[in-house]
Design a protein around this ligand. Structure first.
Ligand SMILES: Cc1cc2nc3c(=O)[nH]c(=O)nc-3n(C[C@H](O)[C@H](O)[C@H](O)COP(=O)(O)OP(=O)(O)OC[C@H]3O[C@@H](n4cnc5c(N)ncnc54)[C@H](O)[C@@H]3O)c2cc1C
Length: 364
């Protein structure tokens, strides 16, 4: 049996690890070059994410993730533009974390490096299209000329999934009309002094009444061994930002982000001004619309490729949960591969879209 996975973000490598460990032939394809590091920021993982990592990874790699995680904050705080805390959701450590999973904050670059350890990745291979074969298998074509046949093609190619577009052309992903510019600022003493306390002790969201908000969170490596930083995201209604944001260079994006919060306390714009311009990116907030289960075939999907959701701190853990569940259904199957995939899809669609729904409730 051979399984092809497209997308080496989070879910893709975790599934590859789990299948590889079970002795199943797996090929992982990624459009980015091996030395391209466009995916660096702090992410918080729900306990489901911790459990998923634990179930698929060899113990040394899992332990490495714990050892390189960020200092744990006390929770999430919502602030008004005058930086008064208006609401807080504290997340105290639980005694039973070993059983039920722990909340983790991780540096995405570090996590990916660990997830990609010990597995081969075909870098620089962008998925182009697939073809269903008469024998029930699937043939996948890549932009670099690579062609590969498999029993199962797994889409882990994120929000703009090209595989979803071909396999489920009716699946809809909606732009919520919110533009985001994000980046990282090295956590020097000067930056620490500029950073609101709430962002040094967990995740913080400064929300205006006009649709603007800024998320801020420090990432301090718990081991003391890493380059600590503050991650920031400045978001505003798309109608209030220049239409050609995607065509702008990183310095221009940085300037726009500062301009968007120019009437907020000066230290916030200063955090953006001091950012490493290379880390600055822009995106738009998107959410997937629930869809009925399709006829299971030799193509399936995981993570943002199927249930992308607006940022509410759960999408990465849900993507990892998909990988762990699909891995388990395949490796522990007693029937056909198709039945195992069907069982995975049924369960994943249920909790995945429940999380999408929950993320939407978090902003209303
Ligand atoms: C600034 C920011 C902060 C975030 N913070 C959090 C957080 O705190 N908590 C949280 O839960 N989530 C967070 N997220 C969201 C989280 O990163 C995603 O939900 C998660 O990465 C989804 O994982 P995935 O594996 O499904 O897809 P992705 O991580 O998006 O990976 C998709 C991969 O597929 C590759 N790819 C795409 N197209 C192709 C193609 N055609 N051919 C080959 N490869 C392709 C991409 O290059 C990428 O490597 C954040 C996102 C951003 C932008």
């Amino acid at each position: 049996m051979k399984i092809v996975i497209v997308g080496a973000g989070l879910a893709g490598p975790l599934l590859a690890q789990g299948l590889h460990r079970a002795g199943i032939t797996v090929e992982l394809y990624e459009r980015e070059a091996a030395d391209q590091h466009s995916q660096g920021y702090r992410i918080s993982l729900d306990p489901e994410g911790d459990l998923a990592l634990r179930s698929c990874l060899p113990s040394d790699r899992y332990e490495r993730i714990l050892a390189t995680a960020g200092k744990r904050g006390t929770g999430v705080r919502f602030l008004d533009p005058q930086l008064h805390v208006v609401r807080e959701m504290l997340v105290p450590p639980r005694a039973d974390e070993d059983v039920h999973g722990r909340h983790l904050t991780v540096d995405r670059l570090t996590l990916r490096k660990i997830l990609l350890t010990g597995i081969d990745v075909h870098h620089g291979a962008s998925f182009q299209r697939f073809e269903l074969l008469d024998d029930g298998r699937v043939r996948t074509y890549f932009d670099d000329g690579a062609v590969t046949d498999a029993d199962l093609l797994v889409a882990a190619d994120g929000t703009h999934s090209r595989i979803r577009a071909q396999w489920l052309p009716d699946a809809e992903v909606i732009d919520t009309g919110q533009a985001e510019i994000y980046g990282k600022t090295a956590l020097t003493d000067e930056i620490r002094a500029l950073t609101p306390d709430a962002a040094l002790d967990g995740f913080s969201v400064i929300a205006g009444t006009d649709g603007r908000f800024m998320s801020l969170a420090a990432h301090e490596f718990a081991s003391g061994d890493g380059d600590d930083y503050v991650m920031w995201v400045v978001a505003a209604p798309t109608a209030t930002v220049p239409a050609d944001l995607s065509a702008m260079d990183k310095q221009q994006l940085q300037k726009i982000a500062m301009k968007l919060i120019v009437d907020w306390p000066e230290n916030l714009a200063a955090l953006v001004r001091h950012a490493d311009s290379e880390s600055v990116h822009n995106t738009t907030m998107r959410t997937a619309k629930p869809l009925p289960h399709w006829a299971t075939g030799p193509v399936t999907l995981m993570g943002d490729a199927i249930h992308t959701m607006i940022p509410a701190g759960s999408s990465a853990a849900t993507a990892l949960r998909d990988a762990a569940l699909l891995c388990r259904r395949i490796t522990e199957r007693t029937g056909s591969l198709r039945d195992a995939v069907h069982a995975y899809e049924t369960e994943m669609l249920d909790y995945g879209f429940a999380m999408v729904e929950r993320s939407l409730r978090s902003i209303t």
